[in-house]
Write a protein that binds this ligand. Structure first.
Ligand SMILES: CC(C)(COP(=O)(O)OP(=O)(O)OC[C@H]1O[C@@H](n2cnc3c(N)ncnc32)[C@H](O)[C@@H]1OP(=O)(O)O)[C@@H](O)C(=O)NCCC(=O)NCCS
Length: 108
């Protein structure tokens, strides 16, 4: 069960969100305040319980609060699970990147 999500600001440009559960930190999301999700990771044993979704939704709220109207990220085409999560949350692919990565964007 997700107990709480909290955040820490690093070097004025990065915000980390931490999802805490019964076993400690179960998920981490890193936001660049320019409006980009740099990374999302959920501990293997904690996956499939909505932690990734909740971290993403918290990131959208944080970015809206600092005045952003879009959010971007990139994901590898082999990462079906992450792609499915992002597409379910409303991200659209707009540009193929390097080495199998695709850029996605979502309007907040
Ligand atoms: C991609 C990743 C972040 C998803 O995190 P997650 O916490 O498992 O994501 P969610 O639980 O929110 O959603 C994933 C699945 O759980 C399901 N789900 C969501 N809420 C749920 C709930 N309350 N109970 C049960 N299942 C739920 C979703 O329908 C989804 O189903 P799927 O198995 O068809 O994908 C995780 O798999 C991960 O860390 N992967 C390795 C790192 C990585 O690839 N990061 C992304 C790089 S771009």
């Amino acid at each position: 069960m997700i107990q709480r999500v909290d955040s820490k600001v690093d070097a004025d440009t990065t915000i980390y969100l931490f999802s805490h559960g019964s076993t400690g930190v179960e998920g981490i999301l890193r936001i660049d305040i320019d409006g980009y999700i740099m990374s999302l990771f959920v501990q293997e044993e904690a996956r499939g319980k909505g932690i990734g979704t909740e971290l993403m939704q918290t990131a959208f709220a944080v970015l809206r609060e600092i005045g952003k109207s879009t959010v971007g990220l990139s994901v590898h085409h082999d990462n079906h699970r992450a792609r499915a999560l992002y597409e379910r949350l409303g991200f659209l692919p707009y540009m193929p990147g390097h080495d199998g990565y695709t850029q996605f964007v979502k309007v907040l």
